[in-house]
Every structure is written in C-alpha cells, then in structure tokens.
Design a protein around this ligand. Sequence first.
Ligand code: ZN
Length: 245
Amino acid sequence: MDFHCHLDLYPEAREVYKEASKRNVFTWLVTTSPRAFAANQRVLEASPTVLITPGLHPEIAHERASELGLLLEQIAAVCAVGEVGLDGSPRFKPYYEIQRDIFSAIVARCAELGGRTLNIHSRRAVRDVLDELRQHPGFGIAVLHWFSGTQAELRAADAQGCWFSVGPVMLESAGGRALAARMPRDRVVPESDGPFAKIAGKPIMPWSANQTAIKLSVLWEISVEEATQLLRRNGERLLMLMKCH
Ligand SMILES: [Zn+2]
C-alpha cells in the first residue's frame, strides 16, 4: 500500500503506474493541481487499485490560484482530495496568505459536501492546518503526510484524530524517527512520496511499504512481521472510512 505517491511524475510514469497497480493492493496518486488531475483521468487507464485525487499543492498555490474554482468543482465528484495543505517554510512563506485562502476554501468545501478524506502537506504550518480543520467540523478525515512538526504539534494532531502517512525518507532523519516513535500506531499508514522522496539519488517506489515497516518495527520494538500486519490493518481500516467504493 502507498497512501501518498506522485505516480504521474516519475520519469517512466506509465510503466510505474502499471506496475504499482499490479504490485500494490492500494496506491493513492495525489495530484498537485486540478489540471493535472483532469489530465491524469484522461491519460491513465483507470485501475481498481489506484485512487487518483485532485489537489493543489501549497508550493505552487500562488501559480495555480486561478484553478481553485475547478478544484472545488472536482471535489464534488470524488471521495478524497490531495495533495493540499500549507507550507510555511521560508521559500513559500511569501505566498502564505494565498495558500491559506485556498486551503480554507478546500476544507470548507469538503465540510459542505458531507466530508472527504484529505491528504495534507503541513511543513512548518501544523498549527494553522489544525486550526483550519477545527474551523470546519465535518470536513472528513485528515491524513497528515510526512509529518515534520514538533512533538507538541504531533500531540495536537493526534488529539484531533489525524492519521499519519509515513515513508522511508522521513524515517532517515533522527527527527522523523522521534516523531514516528510517538505516533498513534493505529493511525499510521505507509507512503512513498515518490518520485520526490529519494534515497541515494533514487526515487522511492510505490511498492516500498516493506522498507517503512522495517524502520517502524525498530522504533516500535515489534517484529517486522507485526509492523507489516499493523500497517496493512491500518490501511484497510482507513480505506473503509474513506468510502471510496
Ligand atoms: Zn507529495
């Protein structure tokens, strides 16, 4: 399983898409813009194991703000949304107000439609992401991808019922491992974030959940087998809650 992958952005995207749809029981293809979502729906052959969702990545929010209307329309027809969120790092901070307007409109729309599952980027913006979610009760389910906040922010996100998608690159850093060690174990699912996430210059592939399980087993002091089973069970439960079928 892979709950956060940019399958459409690998150099050999079609091949990776085909292989992921065979090897994984589930892959969540998060798009970075509403137009990319529309293009993927046209170009990629639908697969029962790949979920493709419309998004508007906070790193390009200022360039794609004009596509917000399209995204809000697309959200009506899908069970889940992503990649969306906020990025407060220095490079994207100048556009933070635009990001906030967009993210707020997305979360409000999800609430208005009775709830959606959101795949959320929250780099240096966890508090604001959580505030936004609180302001729109009934928005649905939040999956915080590659969580990189503080331990206090992790506790706040846990208290709000968020899920966490965790991948091999996040677990390469001491900070990432310290966070994963404290995550609610029944709300952690695997992600690759490929092809952006790389180890030794090579993009993480969508079928790398076993790498995540190995690393989590060490942190959680359980066997690799148990970690694998746990991730699998969590993934199945989240999929049931997402009601995508
Ligand atoms: Zn991503």
